[in-house]
Design a protein around this ligand. Structure first.
Ligand code: NCD
Ligand code: ZN
Length: 348
């Protein structure tokens, strides 16, 4: 029996499209199903000024000639970020949010913040102007175990920043722990979290048992099963503070399948079918629409999309491409490790 599901055209509130040779191959993978996405600024060099964000936006649009996809640009926060440039870029409609990477936390984050006191004026200007802060929530101290870096970040960095900057709207991105879910739930207002597709599917065993699986390695790294279950519960609970940000982060296979594998899972190609399968298995298919199409837009103060996406469920598993070819080499598509029966059949 075929079943169908009609959703609000979804948005992706955390996405890496890259640049240069990779951009043209990668951008259509998201633009096919999604109306808008928050575009991460961790290019080399990073997107740190309004002018750079506008130039990057134009390169993305040029890579998508026949699409109405809307890239929502972000600025990469550094200790030298000029609050006036940032507020002007937001007023001009060039940027939607600002991204905070602790220095060294993840791919291309060397220019990130070391001393959070230095960025205090920027946070205050953002709170005043209503500009959301997207946060990569991991400390980078060498003595902190990689599996504890998110929970330690909440106590040492995030909670103090929020306490010192009332009114700052914060999105804790790609949360991976029960601690983060609990922290978001404990806040009165101005705090939300994105959850990725892959963190709803894998735990750390998927990365490490039976040999190291580089295509499951991302940052923040997947944690124990109890944490995956906490994320699943949050995503499927109907709580508007949790919404989709895929963190689809393509790296060419030569960067993944080597002695020092880059962090990132690439899920843009089939995120909506994967999520339909995940929500169906959880018995919460009726909550997928809000998770992908309502809650994020609402938190960001954007109108919900008018278009729709229709998915159908067949009896047979759907085959998705194993790799996407790009000008920078092939990129492996995330393998959920279970059959997926849903496919997108119509977009408007
Ligand atoms: C991202 C990337 O490759 O840019 N990698 C990842 O593992 N998610 C960076 C990030 O969002 O941490
Ligand atoms: Zn990311």
């Amino acid at each position: 029996m075929t079943r169908s599901l009609t959703l609000t055209r979804p948005d992706d509130f955390h996405l890496h499209l890259r640049d240069g040779a990779m951009l043209a191959g990668i951008a259509p993978e998201t633009a096919r199903d999604f109306a808008r996405a928050i575009i991460m600024p961790n290019l080399v060099p990073p997107v740190v000024t309004g002018a750079q964000a506008e130039a990057y936006r134009q390169r993305i649009l040029a890579a998508l000639p026949d699409s109405d996809f809307v890239p929502l640009m972000t600025l990469y926060l550094t200790e030298a970020t000029d609050p006036a440039d940032l507020v002007a870029a937001h007023r001009a409609g060039i940027i939607t949010a600002v991204k905070l990477y602790p220095a060294g936390a993840t791919t291309n984050s060397a220019s990130g913040v070391r001393d959070f006191d230095k960025t205090r004026p920027v946070f205050e200007a953002m709170a005043e102007a209503g500009i959301p802060l997207c946060v990569h929530g991991e400390v980078t101290d060498a003595e902190i175990d990689i599996f504890d870096r998110e929970s330690v970040f909440i106590d040492r960095v995030l909670d103090p920043i929020r306490g010192a900057t009332p009114g700052l709207r914060v999105i804790m991105e790609h949360v991976t722990t029960r601690d983060a879910v609990d922290y978001v739930r404990s806040a009165d207002a101005d705090l939300a979290a994105t959850i990725t597709t892959h963190h709803l599917i894998i735990n750390r065993n998927h990365i490490l048992v039976g040999g190291i699986k580089p295509h499951y390695y991302c940052l923040p790294v997947a944690k124990r099963e109890e944490h995956r279950l906490a994320l699943l519960e949050a995503a499927t609970s109907g709580d508007a503070r949790f919404f989709l940000g895929t963190d689809s982060a393509p790296h060419s296979d030569d960067k993944k399948e080597c002695a020092c594998c880059a962090a990132g899972c690439f899920t843009a190609t089939h995120t909506m079918p994967l999520l339909a399968e995940v929500f169906e298995r959880a018995g919460t298919l009726d909550r997928l629409d809000a998770f992908c199409g309502h809650f994020g837009a609402d938190f960001y103060g954007l109108a919900r999309n008018a278009g729709q996406l229709r998915l159908e469920r067949g009896e047979d598993p759907v085959m998705f491409p194993a790799k996407i070819e790009t000008g920078a080499g092939p990129v492996t598509v995330f393998d959920p490790g279970f059959p997926v029966h849903w496919r997108v059949v119509a977009r408007s």
